[in-house]
Design a protein around this ligand. Sequence first.
Ligand code: GDD
Ligand code: MN
Length: 369
Amino acid sequence: MVARALPGRARGPELSVIVPTFNERDNVEPLLARLEAALCGIEWEVIYIDDDSPDGTAHEVRNLAQTNPRVRCIQRIGRRGLSSAVIEGMLASSAPYLAVIDADLQHDETVLPQLLGTIKEQNLDVVIGSRHAPGGSVGKWGRRRSTISALAACVARFVVSAELSDPMSGFFIISRPAFERTVRHLSGQGFKILVDLFASTPVAYRFSEIPYVFRQRLHGVSKLDSLVAWEYLTLLLDKLFGRLLPVRFASFAAIGLSGVGVHFVTLYCALQLVSFPVAQAAGTVVAMTSNFVLNNILTYRDRRLVGKRFITGLASFYGICSLGAVANVGIASAAFGHHYTWWLSGVAGAAVGAVWNYAVSSAFTWQRR
Ligand code: GDD
Ligand code: MN
């Protein structure tokens, strides 16, 4: 079959600009206008990947798409995450070059043609907009943010062997073959898509860096909060040990361990007021609740339950953990009956209980929607 060019538009886009958004309604149009100006002479499209922002970002994007065929919108419902949004945007594109840029105009879009020119002319896999290459800058940043960013970049060296001046950058172009080689190995956790790509590629990327100056955000607020550090740690651990032990399970188990502490503190305090069985029951409920809340914030940050779902999730978690406790006691008693030492029997019971709680709660309490 011979492919025939459609009248009007002879070719598909050479460059897809992937823009992850969460509550960026007022930045959507200004960014589009700036892309139009910067990318003149290039066949391009822009894909906004919006995680169902309450401010109506997706609606705004679709409005613009009505009059501008370069614009597309992917709206993800019940999902959160910058990296996974970028990955899905790239998968929805057919262009040979994939750019990533923040929606808030902090990245200098006028550098995009230079990024594209460099990746094509030098036949590279990735070209990165860098704030730390000579000529680049982070603009007006406080001491605290600069220190945190430098620390994060330093830690990235544990998983990325390439000498990147700005591994935290969220502004770069990757070629489709390089992306496709890597996509199945990506962790997809958290914010740091570039670290993820460089840590996951089976063949080292050929790359180059282009300096740019990080600007102030136009509208809205940053989504980087204190839990981003936790997410980043999870990504690093997943890259280092993920093959041996799923990071989610490690997080779940660590929280479970903290629950033991919570239980004993509650038991101790409650014993001052009530009888032992009541105090023990109180300790159990408080520990289960604290485990649920912590897992909801940390382990399942990307599927966090809120509102009514928080309540039903908590109820299901109580149910699952109660069965886990029955299994725990059953296995431990059986082992003890077979003349295993008391502590080995105890550990066996606890391990079976933990695996049960983890497996069943991930399938029911925090199921993928
Ligand atoms: N779809 C989606 N889902 N988009 C998101 C999410 C999410 O959960 N969280 C943030 N975004 C979008 C924002 O709407 C914005 O367009 C972009 O991702 C960057 O988010 P910001 O909230 O503006 O992050 P920042 O400016 O603090 O951080 C930037 O600088 C960091 C380095 O200092 C980002 O570029 C980071 O990737 C970068 O590491
Ligand atoms: Mn920003």
